[in-house]
Ligand binder design. Structure first.
Ligand code: AMP
Length: 418
């Protein structure tokens, strides 16, 4: 038997109700905040991700699914969504009428990471991005919206970590100071971090290797390097979060994996997931639109790990799997024909209905109805039909009601709404 590829998984029908519930909650909330959905493709030119995420990142260095197309072009299954949304913003000149655009997108991402619980090679993200607005109020609002989504979903065990990465004005001084410290501690660092300490020292701050963590424990704080504009920006973000009761902690190690972040960065972490504690992350990327060939418009966004959010919500949510309201147990040819028509009518009337056309015995149909968790069974037998009636059985109370076949769909709908 052919099995699925390692690191990939099926989202099964019995899990889907929860995914839909989360997706619907996110959609409704984001739309209320003025976000509109965008669907970029899952395949893009490799160059897009190299230029936006950065050559020196884990994703680009070792995790991308990159292929040569039949004509030799290098294409990549998207490892994240922001680059595509930025490309689309530029390509369609979405800034032409009003530079401020708020968009969200939900879909699969692909990274060839080492598979483990909570880490897949195809995983899903819920992304939101705001373009064309540099105000710190947007940062605060985006974090507020993100945290609100979690509380709407009943997720309480959540910590917001925030940091500022400064801007091209002030970050170089911090980078230099950090790089100097790291080079002086070279013998302590892992192989990746030795390389990063010169090329991308900020990345060493979030290395998980204990010796590297130890080496950066005395690292300078970016807070001491922020220029007045960045400091003011970050102060306002924090003040607005405090004002609205969003609890957070300052985390000067939070640099996130991608190169394009500037100023505010944030991550939501939870204790509910074991080792993979990050459930959402994001930040400002004020230079990216320009770097990808667009106007110098600022932007900010976040990505929620959909699979991880499902895992957390499933720990407290009762089973949302949908069950039929009516199960039609159709008996005999005439019963099946009538049952078929009524099943379609009831489905169209918005009553979830399952009909069995197999012609099996009433006993085995009742068993199936029970297994499916149907609330009522409509018994459509030939002898009852001859008398112009059918019987509806309440599977919980075992009560039975006889209804005339004339206008049956209407009668049942009224009965259910009584
Ligand atoms: P990132 O784009 O790396 O900032 O990731 C944003 C969120 O996506 C993370 O906080 C995780 O919740 C989730 N995520 C990232 N990589 C994976 C993966 N391989 N499997 C499942 N979820 C992931």
């Amino acid at each position: 038997m052919i099995q699925l590829i390692r690191g990939f998984k099926d989202i099964l029908p019995e899990e889907s109700a929860l995914w839909q519930h989360i997706e619907n909650t996110a959609r409704a909330l984001f739309e209320d905040f003025g976000f509109r959905e965008i669907h970029p493709p899952v395949l893009e030119k490799t160059e897009l991700f190299k230029r936006s995420i950065g050559e020196d990142t884990d994703i680009v260095e070792k995790e991308m699914y990159t292929f040569a197309d039949r004509n030799g072009d290098l294409i990549t299954l998207r490892p994240e969504a922001t680059a595509s949304v930025v490309r689309s913003y530029i390509q369609h000149k979405m800034y032409a009428v009003d530079p401020i655009r708020k968009m969200y997108t939900i879909g699969p991402m692909f990274r060839r990471e080492r598979p483990q619980k909570g880490r897949y090679r195809q995983f899903y993200q819920i992304n939101a991005e705001v373009f064309g607005e540099a105000s710190p109020y947007i940062d605060a609002q985006l974090i507020f919206m993100l945290v609100t989504l979690f509380s709407k979903l009943g997720v309480m065990d959540i910590n917001a970590h925030i940091n500022s990465l400064g801007c091209p004005e002030c970050r170089p001084d911090f980078r230099k100071a950090l790089s100097e410290l790291l080079i002086s501690r070279k013998e302590q660092l892992c192989e990746d971090c030795i390389r990063r300490s010169e090329r991308n020292p900020l990345r060493v701050l979030d290395c998980k290797v204990p010796a590297c963590r130890e080496a950066v424990s005395e690292a300078p704080s970016i807070m001491d390097f922020l220029c007045p504009d960045c400091a003011r920006h970050f102060d306002t973000v924090q003040a607005m979060l405090v004002k609205q009761g969003v609890r957070f902690e300052l985390d000067k190690r939070l640099v996130r994996g991608l190169d394009y972040y500037t100023r505010t960065t944030f991550e939501l972490q939870t204790g509910a997931l074991g080792a993979q504690s990050a459930v959402a992350g994001g930040g400002r990327y004020d230079g990216l639109v320009k770097a990808l060939g667009g106007p110098a418009h600022p932007a900010i966004g976040f990505a929620i790990g959909f699979d991880r959010l499902v895992e957390i919500v499933s720990q407290s949510q009762e089973n949302l799997e949908k069950k039929p309201v009516i199960f039609i147990a159709a008996l005999g040819e005439e019963g099946i024909q009538n049952g078929y028509i009524w099943a379609n009518e009831l489905c169209l009337a918005g009553v979830p209905t399952e009909a069995d056309f197999s012609g099996k015995s009433l006993k085995s149909l009742m068993k199936r109805a029970d297994r499916m968790g149907a609330l009522f069974v409509l018994m459509v037998g030939e002898s009852e039909l001859k008398e112009g009636r059918v019987v509806l059985r309440d599977m919980k109370t075992k009560e039975q009601h006889a209804f005339p076949v004339d206008k049956l769909t209407e009668t049942i709908t009224n009965f259910l709404n009584r």
